[in-house]
Design a protein around this ligand. Structure first.
Ligand code: HEC
Ligand code: HEC
Ligand code: HEC
Ligand code: HEC
Ligand code: HEC
Length: 219
């Protein structure tokens, strides 16, 4: 062996071996750390939309339920963004001269959908489903924050894998009665013991048992 390979090749091999393992580990840790910062997860970013739609006017002041506009949220994977015709159901009468609603009228009469920008957008390799969460008692506010108080919707939670899995491991403290899933003001019992008891009871009543196997979310 020593005749074929001079001594320095040993050192070279060692350095090569260490960097082959070391560099990707360092790089990966850096990427994973970076991934936890709000900058990378796009948290708290407000997007300028084609129409200045304000959830505060509609949800907070007018008290319109989330499901009136995000109608598929209990039955399908996606919550859905309302069609122009739904808005026009009111805005053909209410504020029908408002310049802020000019893009809405244009979209409606030219039959082209409003080009809303996505605020939440998981990578394509992640499978998510709204209906299962909502029907098992996870409220909108738990994952989206106080949308009814947002002049422009932003992503309130990190939406990282860690965030999903943390709840899947112990969902009890995040559960609420089914009739309160869209209620932004529902308050859990303050006492920890009562909260835990309610969580247990709801988990049992609604047969809640989220999975953490990889193919739950990567299929
Ligand atoms: C009157 C109709 C209406 C009501 C009521 C309504 N929304 Fe919306 N929602 C919209 C429209 C239009 C958009 C797209 C524009 C935007 O992002 O602001 C939207 C966007 C969103 C988004 C961001 C979607 C994305 O792109 O990721 C979330 C989250 C959301 N709504 C949650 C809620 C919740 C929770 C409620 C109830 C508290 C609610 N909405 C009530 C019309 C409505
Ligand atoms: C159930 C009736 C209803 C529906 C449906 C509805 N709106 Fe409204 N909207 C209102 C009312 C009422 C106001 C006035 C609220 C206020 O000022 O307190 C308003 C206000 C607005 C304003 C502000 C107008 C201005 O001049 O200040 C915009 C923009 C708007 N709505 C967009 C939309 C869009 C886009 C949709 C569809 C996604 C929609 N609305 C659906 C009732 C509705
Ligand atoms: C368990 C967490 C969770 C709950 C509960 C939840 N959402 Fe979402 N929501 C998400 C995630 C994650 C996305 C991004 C999905 C994607 O990019 O594929 C999203 C996206 C959306 C969108 C954008 C359109 C879409 O379907 O992708 C709307 C609108 C929305 N949610 C409304 C709601 C409403 C209304 C409720 C309550 C009835 C609700 N969500 C409950 C996590 C949640
Ligand atoms: C606050 C708690 C909570 C968060 C956050 C959450 N989940 Fe869930 N998830 C649940 C509960 C509860 C269920 C229902 C489990 C059951 O009983 O079937 C569920 C079910 C699911 C299912 C259906 C599983 C199946 O067996 O078919 C998928 C897929 C899923 N979650 C994906 C996600 C993803 C992806 C995220 C993050 C973007 C996420 N969840 C965040 C609580 C949560
Ligand atoms: C409850 C849902 C959920 C489960 C269970 C889950 N993941 Fe993920 N995973 C996600 C989400 C959401 C993302 C995208 C956000 C992120 O990168 O944190 C992701 C991202 C990833 C990525 C890309 C990481 C990156 O930095 O871009 C890999 C690799 C991955 N998951 C592997 C796995 C493996 C292996 C398992 C099983 C041990 C698993 N996941 C279980 C939700 C899940």
């Amino acid at each position: 062996m020593s005749a074929l390979f001079p001594r320095w090749t040993n050192t070279f091999a060692r350095v090569a071996a260490v960097s082959a393992v070391g560099v990707p580990v360092v790089a990966l840790s850096a990427v994973m750390l970076l991934q936890r910062t709000p900058y990378v997860t796009n948290q708290h970013v407000e997007l300028v939309q084609p129409i200045q739609f304000d959830h505060r006017h509609h949800n907070w002041e007018e008290g319109i339920d989330c499901r009136f506009c995000h109608a598929q949220v209990e039955t399908s994977a996606t919550a859905g963004i309302p069609a122009t015709s739904l808005c026009m159901g009111c805005h053909a009468q209410v504020f029908n001269k408002s310049p802020r609603l000019e893009p809405l009228r244009q979209a409606y009469f030219s039959k082209t959908p409003v080009a809303w920008k996505r605020v939440h957008d998981l990578p394509d390799f992640v499978y998510f489903n709204h209906s299962i969460h909502v029907r098992k008692g996870v409220g909108c506010v738990t994952c989206h924050g106080r949308v009814d108080r947002m002049p422009m919707v932003y992503q309130a939670e990190p939406l990282t894998m860690q965030w999903c899995v943390d709840c899947h491991r112990a969902p009890q403290q995040h559960l609420r009665p089914l009739d309160a899933v869209t209620d932004m003001q529902w308050q859990a019992p303050v006492s920890a013991a009562q909260r835990a008891e309610l969580g247990q009871r709801l988990a049992q009543a609604n047969d809640v048992h989220p999975r953490t196997a990889c193919d739950t979310c990567h299929r």
